[in-house]
Design a protein around this ligand. Structure first.
Ligand SMILES: [Zn+2]
Length: 313
């Protein structure tokens, strides 16, 4: 897909593209599920807008956008596709202001579009199942973002603060990535063994191989996995054959570039760190929330190529 593709410049082409993506075997009525070609007619009259279908089973009318995030929008479909393409191909994110300038729509419209597209990117953690599996490799690591005013001191450290860096960082983010697959990042209150274990065992399949750095957060939980191996960063060991945590570090790198350059500010409950309800109920005890945007941006290419530009209905 390139920026000069006609689907980004012509509303009819955009609609045809979306129809081909969503209905490869002909239109399906979103109201009753009817897929018989002879029971669905295209409305071709002058009074009808292009792309309108009539279902002879339930006597309802529909277009390809029904049930997607583009439904009931006055914004031209080609602008919607362009916005989706720009958001999904900008790995460090794109601001609504940037979208407003590039699409020639108002800022308010651009903001609304960005939110709807993010909604479509959101992964349903509960139904998509755990990361990894037999024979698959998962990398786990933690990182920190933002200043914290009061340094957290674990009771076990008897008042001696453990600081990851010279300048204390506020938010602990725990990330997991399946090599060649999806990423999940979770904001944990404190990166402790228990918090990390809870995320690990609820998000990853324990039949997978786990690779981490030498942090003492992992050895005990690591035993629950099929295999656990570490690289020793303190001894300047970053890769040993297949064993490394570079993939997850790259994910954090992209996340941080986005936070510096595009998002700049991030509240714990902004759309950037939207808590999915499933995750919230699963982890409310430790007040974790899922930073969905970045996991979504990595899986969004799939949205681009396979499911078309639509949400599951
Ligand atoms: Zn119908």
């Amino acid at each position: 897909m390139k920026l000069d593709s006609p689907i980004f410049h012509d509303a009819d082409e955009a609609r045809k593209h979306l129809e081909a993506q969503r209905w490869p075997n002909g239109p399906i009525c979103p109201h009753c599920g009817n897929a018989h070609a002879d029971r669905i007619t295209a409305m071709k009259g002058k009074a009808h807008r292009p792309g309108l279908y009539n279902c002879m089973e339930c006597r309802e009318q529909f277009t390809v956008t029904v049930g997607t995030v583009f439904e009931r929008s006055k914004i031209a479909l080609n602008k919607w596709l362009l916005a989706t393409f720009l958001m999904s191909s900008s790995k460090k994110g794109m601001s609504a202001h940037q979208m407003h300038r590039m699409l020639g729509v108002t800022y308010k419209t651009a903001w609304f579009m960005c939110h709807r597209i993010r909604e479509a990117m959101k992964e349903d953690v509960a139904s998509s199942g755990p990361l990894g599996g037999e024979g698959k490799v998962i990398e786990a690591d933690e990182t920190y973002w933002g200043r914290r005013e009061d340094g957290y001191v674990s009771p076990a450290r008897k008042g001696k603060p453990y600081l990851k860096r010279k300048k204390p960082m506020k938010n602990a983010i725990f990330g997991l990535v399946e090599r060649g697959g999806k990423t999940r990042t979770v904001h944990v209150q404190h990166a402790t063994r228990d918090a990390v274990r809870e995320v690990l065992v609820t998000t990853a399949d324990r039949k997978s191989t786990l690779y981490t750095d030498e942090s003492n957060l992992y050895p005990i939980t690591g035993q629950e996995f099929a295999k656990h191996d570490t690289v020793k960063h303190s001894a300047k060991e970053y890769v040993r054959g297949d064993v490394h945590s570079n993939t997850i570090e790259n994910v954090f790198s992209v996340f941080k570039r986005g936070m510096v350059g595009v998002y700049q500010h991030c509240g714990e409950n902004t759309p950037l760190s939207t808590e999915t309800s499933a995750k919230r109920s699963a982890t409310s005890a430790t007040k974790q929330n899922v930073l969905v945007t970045y996991s979504a941006s990595l899986t969004l290419n799939a949205l681009n190529e396979t499911s078309g530009f639509c949400t599951a209905t």
